[in-house]
Write a protein that binds this ligand. Structure first.
Ligand code: FES
Length: 163
């Protein structure tokens, strides 16, 4: 079945487009909206968005594949994105990744069987001054260490971290 936006999404999209002098300028905000709704940006959704904005599909695809903030596949309830760029690397990011792989039993790019966690290693999150940093969905957790990470995992397992 071809991808269709909901009426609600279309209404929100028009409001967002109206804020810009040209419809194509709303591309990134609308990709965020799509991800907020479904948790990821589906391939068919990119095609539909290109039509909605009057853009070539290749432009939408290029933006989605360039920015790691856009998920191209469904992710778990908590998407753990550990920065592995230089400041975070020097502050222990690899140790955090190793700990997460071991505690969750998954590698980067994988999701736990219960659908709770997806693990990713990403490039600089722009918070180098408080390295090491991990983004969980939209929220940043900074100055992490093993203890903080373990406590955070427990909080997420018990639903004490808002999605
Ligand atoms: S290097 Fe990790 S936030 Fe910049």
């Amino acid at each position: 079945m071809p991808f269709k936006f909901t009426e609600d999404f279309k209404a929100r999209a028009e409001k967002i487009c109206a804020k810009y002098p040209r419809r194509d300028a709303a591309l990134i905000p609308l990709l965020h909206e799509m991800q907020k709704e479904a948790g990821y940006v589906a391939e068919e959704g990119m095609d539909a968005l290109a039509l909605l904005l009057g853009l070539p599909y290749s432009r939408v695809k290029a933006v989605v594949t360039f920015y790691t903030m856009f998920n191209r596949e469904p992710v778990g309830k908590y998407h753990l994105q550990v920065c592995r760029n230089i400041s975070c690397h020097m502050a222990g990011a690899e140790g955090l990744l190793t700990r997460l792989r071991s505690r969750l039993g998954i590698a980067e790019g994988e999701t736990t069987k219960d659908g709770l966690f997806t693990l990713s290693a990403v490039e600089c999150l722009g918070a180098c001054g408080s390295a090491p940093v991990m983004q969980v969905n939209e929220k940043y957790f900074e100055n992490l260490n093993d203890e903080k990470l373990d406590a955070l995992l427990e909080d997420m397992k018990h639903g004490r971290v808002q999605r």
